[in-house]
Write a protein that binds this ligand. Structure first.
Ligand SMILES: Nc1ncnc2c1ncn2[C@@H]1O[C@H](COP(=O)(O)OP(=O)(O)OP(=O)(O)O)[C@@H](O)[C@H]1O
Length: 208
């Protein structure tokens, strides 16, 4: 589903990264662990087609990302990749429901209130749908971010430090939600983090 081979990236001549090769099948979550500055967010942005590798290959469902035109890359990201960013980047003038529907709109998909309600039920945020996002707690924002990433039934879910601001109890809950939701929709799940608490939850772990 997602494979990366011999991936390298440079911001400039001073800052370059070589990443280990890996693959992630649907229903097989992968944890990428690394200390601050080891390139976790950079790797996630490569997988999310937000950066282009200087060398190597990334394939989603067999499609080589480097060979996509800019338009195809945008479509691939919107329709096949769900991203949970370190900071949520909501549109603060919209309520939670409209932030969720925006994900459909930006992917040129039919806006699905049913999907938003189903995900909100699963994630325990259905009582928040009419709230403005700046009124939510950190844990609530995290769950809305997960719902938004799943609105278009992506094939790959990428999560950047999803637990870094959470206490132990909410950390476990969020990981369980991510695992269950990715299983439900048959998506590959890649989590990048420095949070050592997650080590015991995953079978497949790569350390940067
Ligand atoms: N746009 C950029 N231009 C130049 N260097 C950058 C750029 N973005 C990130 N870097 C550098 O690349 C390195 C890796 O950054 P990245 O954010 O990928 O690391 P990280 O492992 O996610 O770190 P953290 O856990 O602190 O978020 C850092 O030293 C950072 O300063």
């Amino acid at each position: 589903m997602l494979t990366c081979t011999d991936l390298s990236f440079s911001y400039d001549s001073q800052k370059s990264f070589s990443f280990p090769s890996f693959s992630c099948e649907k229903g097989e979550p992968l944890l990428i662990l690394g200390k601050s500055g080891t390139g976790k967010t950079t790797l996630l942005h490569l997988l999310a087609l937000l950066l282009k590798p200087t060398k190597g290959s990334i394939k989603i469902n067999g499609h080589e990302l480097a060979s996509l035109t800019p338009k195809e890359a945008t479509q691939m990201r919107a329709n096949h990749v769900g991203i949970i960013y370190q900071k949520p980047h909501f549109v603060s003038s919209l309520n939670v429901l409209d932030n969720l529907l925006l994900a459909n709109y930006l992917a040129d998909q039919k806006q699905s209130i049913e999907q938003a309600q189903k995900l909100s039920d699963n994630l325990g945020i259905s009582n928040l749908l009419d709230k403005k996002t700046n009124l939510l707690s950190g844990g609530e924002q995290q769950r809305v971010s997960i719902a938004r990433a799943l609105m278009n039934n992506p094939d790959v879910i990428l999560a950047d430090e999803p637990t870094s601001n959470l206490d132990d109890e909410n950390c476990d809950k969020v990981i369980l939600l991510l695992e269950n939701q990715s299983k439900n929709i048959g998506a590959a799940l890649v989590i990048v983090t420095h949070d050592q608490r997650l080590k015991d939850n995953f079978k497949n772990i790569i350390t940067l």
